[in-house]
Design a protein around this ligand. Structure first.
Ligand code: SF4
Length: 391
């Protein structure tokens, strides 16, 4: 197929729609027909599309927040196999829910999902609510997620706006402002509402997301194969690179932390259940403490030992790092030193709700965040192949 050049003759409809005002009835009719025809041929066969069960749609929507489709598929399948209904999820141990979420990141989503399932059982007799206010009353569900669940599951006439449709609608409406601003959000929500059809809202909303994800991509949108090419003023004026307006780059903060590894004579490692309000609440971690950014060797080991005492009340002597990992959490770029340590003074008693001794193989059953999982793999390897002096 011949690639359309941006400055060749522009279709008439696009000329008409060069403003940021709402689209005309004619534009909407043309767009809906083009989009749904395209979706009928190009929609992906995704596991959460096999049924219109609100529970499944809800799980998929929460998993898909900030996460790629290909990553979500195996997680979704495993999660649904273990927790096939709201009641199963509500009755599950938090530990099991977090273990099924491990690796997906943004663990708050899993905690909120679990809390919402319990709320559905308590307030809605275990049936996922169908009223938009009830749905929005559940933990972790905002306007987008409620609109997605109820439109996909029930064809409720509710708009959606997420990363893919923000980009698509900014281009279709030639919105050059900041999409995250209040004005930008108002404009885009108004568009997403205005273009909804009377019927097949679920298919329509899914088609919007699919088009944004597969065709109207951030860097090189495939305008040549876009069903909306004749309706798109951004294409007509070759503005794809500047619309949507680039986001301000994230300001990262460098930090340094230590994961302190204490082993007992049975070669069990001391791990800690992260407490509510902490970064990885609900997951397990090694004894993790903050360090100065540029520590010398001596003050590194001393500081880490002191920090363990201050934070957890254990007197330990840390030794040289056995590994250094780099990982990111939200705006933090973390350099994580893995320090073996021995108790200077054995604690009389451990608070069993927070601390446990676990064999390395036993860590398999516990939900860990990804950096802790990497350390567990390294320890497993070390203990199989050598006898580090502190162990
Ligand atoms: S024509 Fe290009 S820029 Fe416009 S909606 Fe389609 S893919 Fe996006």
């Amino acid at each position: 197929m011949r690639r359309r050049v941006a400055n060749e003759a522009v279709p008439k409809e696009a000329e008409v729609e060069r403003t940021t005002s709402l689209p005309s009835e004619k534009w909407k009719r043309s767009f809906r027909t083009a989009l749904l025809t395209w979706f009928a041929k190009h929609s992906r066969d995704l596991p959460w599309r096999k049924s219109r069960d609100l529970y499944r749609i809800w799980i998929s929507e929460i998993m898909l927040q900030q996460t790629q489709v290909a990553t979500v598929i195996p997680y979704f399948e495993r999660f649904i196999a273990t927790f096939p209904t709201v009641a199963d999820l509500a009755a599950a141990d938090e530990h099991d829910v977090m273990r099924h979420w491990e690796g997906l990141g943004y663990y708050r989503r899993a905690r909120q999902l679990h809390a919402a399932a319990k709320q559905i059982v308590t307030l809605h007799k275990g049936k996922f609510p169908t009223n938009v206010d009830d749905v929005r009353g559940l933990p972790g569900i905002g306007r987008y997620t409620a609109g997605a669940i109820l439109s996909i599951g029930l064809d409720a006439k509710l708009p959606i706006l997420e990363a893919n449709t923000i980009r698509l609608l900014a281009r279709l409406s030639k919105y050059a402002g900041d999409c995250a601003s209040r004005q930008g959000q108002e404009h885009l929500w108004a568009w997403s509402e205005a273009i909804l059809p009377e019927a097949e809202v679920g298919r329509f909303n899914q088609a919007l997301m699919e088009l944004g994800s597969l065709v109207c991509t951030p860097k090189q949108p495939d305008c040549e194969n876009c069903p909306a090419v004749k309706l798109c003023p951004t294409f007509a004026e070759n503005l794809q690179k500047s619309i949507p307006a680039p986001k301000r780059p994230k300001a990262f903060e460098e930090t340094r932390e230590a994961a302190v590894i204490v082993l007992n004579r049975r070669r069990e490692v001391l791990i800690r259940h992260c407490q509510p309000g902490e970064r990885w609440s609900g997951l397990w971690d090694f004894l993790r403490v903050s360090l100065p950014l540029e520590p010398t060797r001596d003050n590194l080991l001393e500081t880490a030992s002191q920090q363990v005492e201050t934070r957890f009340g254990f007197q330990v002597d840390c030794d040289d790092p056995i590994a250094t990992l780099k990982h990111g959490v939200t705006r933090f770029k973390i350099t994580l030193l893995v320090l073996p340590a021995a108790f200077r003074k054995q604690p009389a008693k451990l608070n069993r709700d927070e601390f446990v001794w676990s064999s390395i193989s036993g860590l398999e059953d516990r939900p860990l965040h990804s950096s802790a999982r990497r350390i567990a793999a390294r320890l497993d390897q070390l203990l199989r192949t050598s006898r580090p002096k502190l162990f």
